[in-house]
Design a protein. Structure first.
Length: 133
């Protein structure tokens, strides 16, 4: 048993993890970077990296001086996937949630959307059971 523990420790110590641990020469430079913020909470940022990642976003505070203040952020990200496919994601994030769009983002099939609309238009099952009692 002790031999197996010693063998496991030696195996872990001698394992090649260079492909997992980033090396010092794998630093990607920031080519461009901007950030602006207003006192009201609105902001804009954009950056571009040396390996082709480009991102930008605009944030706006809606109804800033009320109890129903919310933040709306519109933005996009562009990069090239490891297989060489260009990927572009645009999004809107607001009080209703995060809404991404892009060619790689799965879309809900029309049939499923219609089924959800049909189900939502029907009286609740609980109401039918309660009315029988």
């Amino acid at each position: 048993m002790k031999f197996l523990i010693v063998l496991a420790v030696v195996a872990c110590a001698s394992a090649d993890v260079s492909h997992i641990v980033p090396s010092a020469d794998y630093q990607v430079p920031i080519v461009r970077s901007t950030y602006e913020q207003s006192p009201e909470g609105n902001f804009q940022y954009a950056y571009e990296t040396g390996n082709g990642i480009i991102s930008q976003a605009d944030g706006v505070v809606k109804n800033p001086n009320s109890e129903s203040a919310s933040l709306e952020v519109k933005g996009s990200v562009r990069y090239t996937s490891p297989d060489g496919t260009p990927v572009e994601l645009t999004y809107l994030a607001d009080e209703t949630g995060f809404h991404p769009s892009g060619s790689h983002v799965p879309q809900i099939p029309e049939l499923i959307l219609r089924a959800q609309q049909y189900i939502a238009s029907q009286p609740a099952y609980v109401d039918k059971v309660a009315s029988k009692n």
